[in-house]
Design a protein around this ligand. Sequence first.
Ligand code: NAD
Length: 478
Amino acid sequence: MSFTNELLSTVLHHAGREVSRKEFLSLAGRGLAVSVAAGALGSCQSEGPGAKAAGTPTTGTPASEVDAATTFTSPEGTKVASSEAVSPPAKVPAEVSKPIELEAWKSDVDPQSGPVPTPLPPDQRVGYAIVGLGHLSLEEILPAFGECKKSKPVALVSGSPEKLKKVAAQYGIKPESCYSYQDYDKLKDNPEVKAIYIVLPNSMHAEYVLRGAKTGKHILCEKPMAVSAKECELMVDACKKAGVKLMIAYRIQYEPYNRLVHDMVRAGKFGKPKYIQAQNSQSSANPDHWRHKKALAGGGALPDIGLYCLNTSRFLLGTEPTEVFAYTYSTPGNPLFKEVEETMSFQLRFPEGVIVDSITHYNTHDSRFYRVNTERGWIHLDNAYAYTGQRLQTSQAEGKAKMQNQITIPAQNQFATEMDHFSECILEDKRPRTPGEEGLQDHRIMEALYQSAREGRPVKLPAVQGTDVFRGPEPKQT
Ligand code: NAD
């Protein structure tokens, strides 16, 4: 039974009238249906002394007086209510980039909807070549194009001809726009490709960025940027020399909940931030996977998932750590951790004494959260680094009360907002919010963390003056 049917029959049943939806609609047009339902509902609500007896006729036009023009008769002879089709008032700007403003109907008591999305026409969107068709590309990035407004997939690069054929068919990519790794450099001659998105194991990022820069295409590279700060420097230089943009895929900086926390922290909500607790943990089981090979991954839990705690703390605070301390551990004899660390616990000291206390683990149940503890409250984001399911809570005192709020905002696909930001930078010739320099700074800090763990002592970092010094302008709200 549809919701409407159920509602009508519930209302009428409670009013003491058993009427099927078919009878109901054949009795009258929609106007009558509404007034009958409203009348019945009114009689339900006014039950009690003085209430109308069940079965008391409701107001409305008697069925015999309903104009035949208010019903629609299907070719099979079924009659249904009909209303005149109209287009309610709406503002429709001529520019594609300006949203249509629809007739308002919600009160400000409820959260507001909109604005109406303003996708670019497909021929104006930035075309991407996706390099590497593993978990992230197939499970997240390619599906996310469906939610993009400025980006579209136009080419694929993979070592598997079977994957290329299947994925190209699924996403409408031309067979001639599918390339092997050997043919990667031929992207240069594909005018549809404006950007390359590198989604390969970490140790391959540097080579594919350097080769990619030579094709003259802009490059979005997955995190971690590389396996050393030295490689990051080469990547930044190569892109600068080639005159192409380089962005590191720090999706959290484009995710609405994390952006809201960023705005709260920067605005000093609940006073100054004093310390942040951050955890990103998961469990793996395949010792043959590249994530467990030092040469391909560069490290274990830290560069793969601990990096989220590091990068997000820097993003929230805007400043840079001046000193770090770390401790690593790998269970002896566990084949998963023969080459890479199982866990790292680390502290980052930021200017004005702000401390970030973090742990990342490759051998515990999935747990991804942070809490920003401020002078007068806290801001807690659960599932902070997950693809979906962020839960935002705040706490502060008000008189004798401890106020704890759960804040809900519309979710957005963070891979889509990230790719659209890069496309916008290409279309409007802007610096990305998370350029190569942002990734390089993380690698400098991660190298200091490993040094600290090896030497068992805090390691100082060069002081960096200012706020957001490695970042481009803030992304537009979409
Ligand atoms: P994956 O193993 O699922 O996919 C890697 C792809 O690279 C596969 O298609 C594989 O065939 C290909 N490849 C080419 N040469 C290879 C080689 N020598 N060894 C192994 N694979 C090779 O990995 P993934 O999880 O998709 O990760 C890819 C990149 O994306 C990594 O840099 C990772 O850190 C990053 N990543 C980012 C996020 C995020 O949320 N931003 C999430 C997961 C992974």
